[in-house]
Design a protein around this ligand. Structure first.
Ligand SMILES: C[S@@+](CC[C@H](N)C(=O)[O-])C[C@H]1O[C@@H](n2cnc3c(N)ncnc32)[C@H](O)[C@@H]1O
Length: 156
């Protein structure tokens, strides 16, 4: 099952990029034997300042058809890391295709796209900058793969 990260904003060279690249390499390496990955990053940018509805139009174009859509949203559902690992395994085994994680921009994800999502995932009720949310997602993907692989990275 391929994992798509569909995000608003272009990641420039810097500390977030280093973190994200590192966790995605680790995720791909750990996930390969589990049928998870590779992870692909898709970015959109609305240069005309059309806000979340313009961003949603661009996001809709890059979300692969028939993928499970997971919207990252602070109002979504909280998961422990083992619960998230189980979800990822279930999506892989469910045979629906790929999974697409959607990360909004400064205004968030437009309501229609949020409603269309199969799952809304929260990293807590605080709002994080989108690039940090991206880095946190990549770490949790690696952690989930490690949990499913039974490797000792995750400790309770
Ligand atoms: C700066 S936030 C936008 C927050 C905005 N208030 C909203 O209504 O969503 C940019 C993006 O980062 C992600 N994000 C930020 N905090 C999050 C959290 N606690 N849990 C999950 N995703 C989060 C979401 O995808 C959000 O659309």
């Amino acid at each position: 099952m391929r994992v798509h990260i569909c995000a608003v904003g272009r990641l420039r060279t810097g500390p977030e990029r280093a973190l994200i690249d590192d966790y995605l390499v680790r995720f791909d390496r750990t996930g390969r034997a589990l049928g998870l990955g590779p992870a692909q990053m898709h970015e959109v940018e609305d240069k005309k300042g059309g806000g979340m509805s313009a961003e949603a139009t661009l996001l809709e174009r890059i979300i692969p058809k028939s993928s499970v859509i997971v919207a990252l949203d602070e109002r979504g559902k909280l998961q422990s890391s083992p619960e998230f690992a189980t979800l990822l395994g279930d999506w892989r085994d469910g045979g629906r295709g790929d999974v697409a994680f959607v990360i909004g921009g400064a205004d968030g994800i437009a309501p229609d796209l949020r409603k269309r999502a199969d799952f809304r995932l929260s990293f807590g009720r605080m709002v994080w900058p989108h690039m940090l949310a991206r880095a946190m997602l990549c770490e949790q993907l690696y952690r989930a793969a490690s949990i499913l692989a039974g490797s000792p990275y995750h400790r309770v």
